[in-house]
Design a protein around this ligand. Structure first.
Ligand code: R7I
Ligand code: MG
Ligand code: MG
Length: 301
């Protein structure tokens, strides 16, 4: 069979950036004509995804301190990318000498963050370890710990990374459907909050639920458990087409850039880069650099 993994890698990272760029224009707005607002500029979601990729490539795998320093360097160059409050605090603590795997435990009164920040950036981990599930789980969790130590935050990242991996693999095997995809996620996570949402996702797909119900049941907000499976659902509900999936995602409202980024990463990994509308790719900020990162990750395989 023709090996199109390279195109899937490119589709995943470009898809993440395109979904972020589409979504950030719609944040807080009612459904708009996505074509007319797309300007290709992306936010912290893509900025941190780039940091994950850069560090994985530089180390040919995971190095926690290096990845933390990469996040810090990128943040200091472009702090205006729309970062939430948690990561910049962690960056300051790490700079003052707290170890990379300790600093984030202090957030939110010692609970650690369950924001979706560890999931929104994790796509490169899903690519690099798409064929090694246990390594994927380990690295997706470890990269989360730099900024997100709450179990719901880390598990969201692990599930998002595995969804990217499944999308790469589903495109290579033949006949998967949405229900099998959800079943595989169910077999992968033992977290009850996520398992409940996976059951909901099956029901919503079966009944062809409207957007209002999807948002009510799966969520569309900044918490990982209220956005990661929403993105998975957006992909599955629009399995056939990249553009439909991200357009649907960013029209759910709420944390639109992040749900767009996560949907775009999964859908791009499934369809390959050619399926992403060319006018979107052409406008995308730092497109060549993001493509280079995808190529370098692919070369590590
Ligand atoms: O997760 P994080 O990087 O934010 C990502 C979001 C995405 O939408 C990006 O596009 C960008 O806009 O920001 O940053 P955190 O500050 O760790 O978490 C984000 C938010 O989640 C926090 O501001 C809180 O509102 C909420 N949150 C919590 N609230 C209460 N208790 C996260 N953890 C907790 C918690 O333990
Ligand atoms: Mg953002
Ligand atoms: Mg966001």
């Amino acid at each position: 069979m023709f090996d199109d993994t390279r195109s899937r890698f490119l589709g995943c990272l470009i898809g993440c950036a395109v979904g972020d760029a589409l979504g950030c224009r719609l944040e807080g707005l009612a459904s708009l004509d996505v074509e007319s607002v797309f300007d290709g500029r992306w936010t912290d979601d893509t900025h941190m995804m780039i940091g994950v990729a850069e560090s994985l490539i530089a180390n040919k795998g995971f190095n926690g301190n290096h990845m933390a320093q990469t996040f810090i360097k990128n943040y200091e160059q472009e702090p205006w990318r729309g970062y939430a409050s948690g990561p910049p605090k962690v960056f300051r603590w790490i700079k003052s000498g707290v170890p990379w795997d300790e600093a984030a435990k202090q957030l939110f009164g010692g609970a650690g963050s369950y924001g979706n920040g560890a999931a929104m950036r994790v796509a490169p981990v899903g690519l690099l370890y798409y064929d090694d599930t246990e390594k994927l789980r380990f690295v997706a969790h470890a990269q989360s710990m730099i900024t997100h130590t709450h179990e719901l935050g880390t598990e969201g990242a692990v599930i998002q990374a595995y969804s990217v991996a499944l999308a790469v693999k589903a495109s290579q095997s033949s006949e998967w459907d949405s229900y099998e995809f959800l079943e595989k996620l169910m077999g992968f996570t033992s977290n009850e909050t996520y398992r409940r949402k996976l059951k909901k996702a099956v029901e919503l797909l079966k009944e062809g639920a409207d957007r209002h119900k999807v948002v009510k049941e799966l969520g569309n907000s900044v918490e990982a458990h209220n956005s990661v499976l929403t993105a998975v659902y957006c992909f599955l509900r629009n399995w056939g087409n990249f553009k439909d999936a991200v357009t649907y995602a960013v029209n759910l409202g709420g944390d639109t850039d992040t749900i767009g980024a996560m949907t775009g990463a999964i859908s791009g990994a499934y369809h390959g880069v050619e399926a992403i509308p060319e006018q979107w790719r052409n406008k995308l900020e730092r497109r060549a650099y993001i493509e280079k990162l995808a190529e370098d990750l692919w070369a590590l395989k």
